[in-house]
Design a protein around this ligand. Sequence first.
Ligand code: MD3
Ligand code: FE
Length: 218
Amino acid sequence: MSAPRLALAPGLLHVPGYLDRDAQARLRDAVRAVVRAAPLFTPRMPRTGKPFSVRMTNCGDLGWVSDEAGYRYQPFHPATGAPWPAMPDIVREAWEALAGHPHPPQACLINWYEPSARMGLHQDRDEADLEAPVVSLSLGDTAVFRFGGTERKAPTRSIRLASGDAVVIGGASRLAFHGVDRILPGTATLLDAPGRINLTLRRVTPPGRPDAPIGGPP
Ligand code: MD3
Ligand code: FE
């Protein structure tokens, strides 16, 4: 039995309950192991240095980081300098099942939202390979998520992303503006603390061009 897939917009697929409870627990445990090796860090806004309310870490060959110097992908943790931990099997399997893309993911960004955390409306455009989709997996408390069009002024829609949900963002939606308006604490029992984990799986460099410039100052 495969979970129903709901097309929210061209190229934008929501798969509610993609991970059953057992798979959610496996993924939660895998995230805990990543966080032990690569502690959560607080990213800062380019130029201003204003801290994000979301804390982050990564696994896989490349990880997304942000500080006064800009947004970028890099192969090491910004605080420890260690290479990012390997991507867990369950993360790779989700990409295989959902991405419909011939190359494996290079980066898995792990976002931790405490109940007060938000993510403002933005586009994901720090990847040199915009042909590949982004795959998102949610764990823990439900998020009120907003997305719009490829221009900031386009109208937006609100959806809820619950524990176990997957979203595939590709095609005409790959550069859609999106953000997290709020977390609904107490909507899940998976985690020890109220809050939400989101993983985003990505290709970063175009195939065959492993040294293509990635990210950099905006
Ligand atoms: C794009 N993360 O890390 S998941 C990010 O829930 C980020 O933590 C969000 O945006 C999070 O850059 C979103 C990926 C996602 C989900 C739905 C979308 C991206 C989307 C709908 C439209 C466009
Ligand atoms: Fe994003």
